[in-house]
Design a protein. Sequence first.
Length: 209
Amino acid sequence: MPALNSVASHNVESWCRVSAIAELADIFDPAMQVCSWQRSIDTDLKAYLSEATEHGNVQIREVVKSGSRPKLTDLPADEGSELLRSDVAMLAEILGELVDCPSVGLRLARVESAMCPRWHIDRVPIRMLCTYAGSGTEWLDDQGVDKRRLSDADIVDASCQRAASAEVVLLKGGLWQGNEGLGAIHRSPVIAPEEQPRMLLTLDPLWPD
């Protein structure tokens, strides 16, 4: 059973947790592969997200342009849905400003099982994740581990970090400029039958061709 840490502040050469939005810019450190922002969200939004997680099959994909709000159709429509739209719009704007992209690809999904249970590196420049409900994304303490050993038992059983609810996680991918051979080593958490499903937001920057 991996040793998980969902709240303690920690800084190492290749990942960090920060307490303010502006500090997400730490991801631009060439050695940094993971940067997460610990935050709290409104109690009414928490209650809405708990309801939405039980709503059934949520699979929303859309493109959010800079300065606009996501539609997030197919979710229960009430005051909580407006709070969620505002929060997602803020996160999309943060990502857009960080990497200077005009739009962001959004995926909001109810997840009942681990989508990517193995340690891996995304083939993208950068990705933002936020688990609104359920267990958060996990990443390795040692981001410098030999990538050829990601399936070894001693790597799987090594201590790792787990994002807390609503924590915003930036994962640098293998296609980030100058990041060849590197990238955030992470995985989806295992969801036990008795555990709450996840409500996972994924944001990817989109640039013109």
